[in-house]
Ligand binder design. Structure first.
Ligand code: PHE
Length: 350
């Protein structure tokens, strides 16, 4: 296997599931709502079947991502080889589609990121990106106004009358860049990023004198808010008590079925001198526990006053989505976690 490959079997098993194409899945329904809004009112075309393996050029270089940007690091991104990876955003397809002549279009699909383990993060999730090109004689302010109006309209179509606010943001591929937040149950939630496409990107893939806007929106976060879904693992569940609730195709509020009891285990260890990244720990735990792990949280860190060695304590919360876990099961998972953290990361248990 290629030494740059950090795609684990758990991640591999998610490729091709395409929750965004499943009609009964809330992710499929979010995609349908956004798609209807942009195809019916704005004449967009839709690409929802683009394979998730792309090149570093597509995912980063063509989008002007600096060479030292964290998103390029193997602790953030799943690499297949030095040159190929599982796309970390749908924006990876922007330049190829513009080059092929598309001028207003959506790209929907699964994206992959190494990240925390908790109720709102999962290493595979779904995004829709949108692009609309213009003649560059159009003023930037006109483009940004159209962008805000289109995206504000989309959010209102989905959520009805919610409070929204625009925040200045940074993305390597847009300037100016904005984020949209919505007020949900008293908290401001970031739902999308957008902006005017950098001229240096368009000069490589569009006909001369083209400008335009682009946005990217995550579907899991939206669905969790719209349907009151408390845990991101539910989208992957084949539990009928989950999926049957959405089969009518109409927006409903999720009726939680009983949560089975959680069981947490702490693990305390000295970090290896060779370096340590939390996402490596997260991957190992995911690989062993799959969807039985609900969250991994650092609860303590301490530096030995004399030796300078660093000790961390992590709390791993195990919970099955559709039955109780037995003590024997949890003990066996925890035992595997302990031994793999020692053998793969070189940690020293305390
Ligand atoms: N690709 C960005 C992300 O994943 C979102 C985005 C898309 C922002 C297009 C601006 C323009 O966060």
């Amino acid at each position: 296997m290629d030494s740059n490959n950090n795609v684990t079997p758990f991640i591999q098993s998610k490729i091709g599931k395409n929750l965004h194409l499943q009609k009964g899945n809330p992710i499929g329904q979010m995609k349908k709502m956004i798609e209807e809004y942009f195809t019916q009112n704005h004449g967009f075309s839709v690409y929802d079947n683009l394979p998730p393996t792309v090149t570093t050029i597509q995912n980063f270089d063509d989008l002007l991502t600096p060479l030292d940007h964290v998103s390029r690091s193997p602790s953030d991104t799943y690499y297949i080889s030095k040159t190929h990876l599982l796309r970390s955003h749908m924006t990876a397809h922007q330049t190829e589609l513009i080059r092929s002549g598309a001028t207003s279009f959506l790209m929907a699909g699964d994206v992959y990121r190494r990240d925390e383990v908790d109720a709102t993060h999962y290493p595979v999730f779904h995004q829709i990106d949108g692009v609309k090109l213009w003649d560059s004689s159009v003023d930037s302010s006109v483009i940004m106004e159209d962008l805000k109006k289109s995206l504000g309209g989309m959010i209102q179509t989905i959520f009805g009358n919610v409070e929204m606010r625009w925040i200045d943001a940074y993305f390597p591929f847009t300037e100016p860049s904005l984020e949209l937040e919505i007020l949900f149950e008293g908290r401001w939630l970031e739902v999308l990023g957008c902006g005017q496409i950098q001229p240096a990107i368009l000069s490589c893939c569009a006909k001369e004198g083209t400008t335009g806007w682009a946005f990217g929106i995550g579907l899991e976060r939206l669905a969790m808010v719209l349907y009151d879904i408390p845990d991101i693992r539910l989208f992957w569940s084949d539990d009928e008590r989950f999926l049957s609730q959405f089969s009518s195709g109409k927006p409903v509020k999720f009726k939680p079925f009983s949560k089975y009891p959680p069981c947490y285990k702490d693990i305390t260890f000295w970090l290896p001198e060779s370096g340590f990244h939390e996402n490596d720990l997260n991957s190992i735990i995911r690989e062993i526990a799959g969807d039985l792990v609900e969250s991994v949280q650092k609860i303590d860190s301490f530096t030995h006053p004399k030796s300078g060695h660093i000790s961390n304590c992590f709390r791993i919360n195990y919970r099955h989505m559709s039955r109780s876990l037995t003590n024997t099961e949890v003990d066996s998972l925890q035992e595997q976690v302990r031994s793999e953290l020692i053998s793969k990361l070189g940690i020293v248990l305390r």
